[in-house]
Each structure stands twice: as C-alpha cells, then as structure tokens.
Design a protein around this ligand. Structure first.
Ligand code: FAD
Length: 305
C-alpha cells in the first residue's frame, strides 16, 4: 500500500466539493438525529445538501418541511428532490411552485419508483411527466434552477442497454440538467467507463459520484441487488462476520469509503455526493481525510497545540 495516498494533501481539500443527501424524518427521534447530523456537517460548507422525496410522492409534506427548515435555520443551500410518480402534471407543477415560493433554487429531478417499491413495473401517470427528462423540462419552464439528475454507472435496471441509458441522460441534459449524480457503486472502473461513454455521447455536465458509506452491509447488499448495483466479492469479504460487531463494521466502512473516494481523487474527480442515511460520522470522517474540514475544528486544534 502506498502510505502517501492516504496522507492528508493540503492542496486537495481546496479543489474538492461535496454535497450531502438526507431523507425526511418520520418520527421525532429521527428528526432529532437528522438535525444532529445537519449541525455536524454544516461547518464543512458543502456545495449543497439534498432532501429526498418518498416513493410515490409519499413524503411531499415532510420533504417540504425539511427543506424549509434547512433554508431558514442553517447557512446551507438545500436541493429538493422531486419525482413524477403517480402525479398529474398540474400536481407536479404545484409542488415545483411551492418549493420555488419557499426560495428553493436547486432541485434533484427524478422519475421515481412505483409506490410498490424498486423493481415493480413502472407505469407513468396518464396525465403526468413520463420520466426524469420531462420533469427537468417542467422545472426549467418555471425558473432557471440548478437541476441535478440521476445517472447509473451500471445502467438503470430498466434500460435494455447502455446506449438507451445514456440516451436518457442526454435528454435530461438537453432539457436543462446542470449535473448528474450517480447511483452508488463500489467499482471505480465502472464509473470511469460510464463517464467516458457519456462524454463520447456529447454529455459534458459534471457526473458526480454518489458515495454510499456502508452503515449496514446486509442492508446495502439487499438494496444493491434490487437496484442493479454490483457488490464486489472483495467488499463482501471485508464485512464478513461483522454483523454483530458495529464498532469494527464502522471502522471498516470508513476505510472502504475513504479508499474509494481517494482513488477517485487520484483519477481527477473533484465533486462527491454522499448518501449520508442521516448519519454524520462516516461522511464527516471521509471529508476530513480528503481535506474538507470545519474551520472551527481547525481553530480548536491549533489553539490546543
Ligand atoms: P429516468 O432517468 O427517467 O429513467 C431511468 C431509466 O429507465 C432510463 O435510463 C430509461 O432507459 C428507462 N426508462 C425511463 N422511462 C422509461 C419508459 N417510460 N419506458 C422504458 N424505459 C424507461 N427515488 C425516489 O423515489 N426519491 C428520491 O428522492 C430519489 N433520489 C435519487 C437520487 C439519486 C442521485 C439517484 C441516482 C436516484 C434517486 N432515486 C430516488 C431513485 C430513482 O427514482 C430510481 O432509480 C428510478 O427507478 C428512476 O428514476 P430516474 O429519474 O433515474 O429515471
């Protein structure tokens, strides 16, 4: 192992930008955990933080409430996720307007999955937007928003081939998408190949890797199987036997994610989106390793020295 790859390079942090993804909490306890997480990550000055939208629009109010609280109580810039599942165009347009009136300027535009869950057959609402690309068009019709869309380094499970998948990404870009955020992946070569494919197709927006710190390997493996993301054998091997040992699991998860992010930095990637699962520790530790630090923590460190 090259120890220098894992040492702090002061020049790196200045060039790297991160964003954090949260989901809207369901209970008071989850709400408290989310706000602890937001408070801990806020000093890292992320480019933006995003708040997901539940399957079938099921979290509309909770997403709006969370986004509003971020806008009014923090210095962070929120991006509201939106989907077009089970909704007529006028209903989606109302949600866009509601967010715009609140002062939201960033969106993550998605088709979404059916309410029955990932893997169930998707049927567009007869009077609705059919996919992510049409939703991007609807957003652009309301305002000059910063719009992120999804991208799938291993292709979306419903795409018959990479050409179809990349074609959908191209349609989103043509309609005004500003950046793509990828589905999580564990093999950086797959990401690099996907970016090359996109560039060859004339797609030049940033394709930001979505990094999933593995808080619970069993859950991640189950979810990966449903959304078509490969779990390499070496990854399963690293977490083997750690289900009842949360402390070692967390240490291994930090090491795995840091290794992945540092390798992407070596490959020239400068933007990262973290799927935080509303937990701060792993994202915070990885940011620390790539030189993204809170100025308060740095000041406290030098005062103590
Ligand atoms: P699209 O980009 O519109 O389509 C995905 C693929 O499906 C396309 O490549 C295309 O080939 C194929 N396809 C699309 N429409 C059709 C059609 N009519 N017929 C045939 N093939 C078609 N889900 C949520 O519910 N809430 C969220 O907040 C959320 N956030 C996400 C954030 C990120 C960064 C990512 C990567 C995913 C997120 N998802 C979320 C999951 C996402 O909704 C699912 O992956 C969904 O299955 C596809 O949505 P999309 O916008 O990627 O779809």
């Amino acid at each position: 192992m090259n120890q220098f790859r894992f040492s702090r390079r002061p020049d790196i942090g200045d060039k790297i930008r991160v964003s954090f993804e949260f989901f809207p909490p369901k209970t008071d306890e989850m709400e408290a955990r989310l706000w602890d997480t937001v408070t801990r990550l806020e000093p890292l000055k992320p480019n933006f933080v995003s708040v997901t939208y539940g399957a079938g629009g099921s979290t509309r109010e909770r997403t709006a409430r969370t986004v509003k609280r971020i806008l009014t109580e923090t210095s962070l810039t929120p991006a509201a996720h939106m989907t077009c599942v089970d909704a007529a165009r006028h209903e989606v347009d109302e949600v866009i307007q509601e967010f715009a009136d609140m002062g939201v300027t960033r969106f993550v535009a998605l088709r979404g999955d059916p309410a029955e869950g990932v893997g169930a057959a998707y049927r567009p609402h007869p009077g609705g937007y059919a996919n992510g690309a049409e939703l991007v068009g609807a957003l652009k019709g309301v305002g000059d928003f910063d719009i992120s869309v999804s991208a799938y380094p291993e292709k979306h499970p419903e795409s018959p081939d990479f050409a179809t998948d990349i074609d959908m990404l191209k349609r989103k870009v043509d309609n005004g998408a500003t950046r793509a955020i990828t589905q999580f992946f564990f093999d950086n070569d797959l990401y690099e190949r996907y970016v090359e494919r996109a560039r060859r197709a004339g797609i030049y927006i940033p394709i930001v890797p979505g990094i999933l710190p593995v808080h619970n390997f069993t859950q991640v493996a189950n979810f990966s199987a449903r959304c078509g993301a490969l779990v390499p054998a070496w990854l399963a091997e690293r977490f083997d036997g750690l289900q009842k040992d949360p402390q070692t699991h967390a240490l291994v998860a930090a090491a795995v994610a840091a290794e992945q992010v540092l390798d992407l930095v070596e490959r020239g990637v400068g933007d990262f989106h973290f799927y935080t699962m509303n937990r701060a520790d792993l994202a915070f530790a990885i940011c620390h390793m790539i030189g993204i630090r809170s100025h308060e923590a740095e000041a406290a460190g030098s005062a103590a020295a």
